[in-house]
Design a protein around this ligand. Sequence first.
Ligand code: FPP
Length: 227
Amino acid sequence: MDGNGRWAKKRFMPRVAGHAQGVERVRDIVEACIQRGVEYLTLFAFSSENWRRPEEEVSRLMELFVMALEREVTRMHRNGVCLRVVGDLGRFDARLRELIAQGEARTKENKRLTLTVCANYGGRWDILNAVNNWRRDNPDATTVPISEDALAPYLTMPYAPEPDLFIRTGGEQRISNFLLWQLAYSELYFTDTLWPDFDAEALDLAIASYRKRERRFGRTSEQLLER
Ligand code: FPP
């Protein structure tokens, strides 16, 4: 969800005003995804590297997360959204962690859309964390190579399929340490639209672009026709 700062700057507003508008967009896009039958939506809200931002911005972002959880969980629950928050959550303060746990517990049986929010998340962290946890559970397997299938359940989102479509707003064309393992075969879509302007129409453009792609997973086009 890139471009909040620039959206605010263009309007001579502080960067945090862009993040606040970004939260509004999260609500709209969650609802648009439900209407379109999307079953899994994963948002990169705060990367492990975002702690490097000015202290004031980081603390306002934390306040926004708290407010969003306080205000939105009831609506999510009503809409059949199952909320999951993944990342190294230990660095967040107790109030935020408590709200996350409550929100997850309240919505855990919901099936319409699984909304995963990645917070203090990094793709490399996810992979290393999985390897370390696998080793903890397999202390005697010091010389056995780890297989993909053995590692996958230890990643932070074993409950979700790998993403079909990755969307990055705000004009950058990078993955920036998002779901490095899980994005191996995802279609990548980059748009100059800033996140606070990313509405249902912009989402439809991304989905239309995805529909035109041919996903071969290493096979040839001819093989796909035979299947
Ligand atoms: C990147 O834009 C955005 C962030 C670091 C924060 C994203 C957070 C939200 C949209 C709000 C909360 C989300 C949830 C799920 C409650 P940027 O600040 O890097 O923008 P810039 O590239 O224009 O500077």
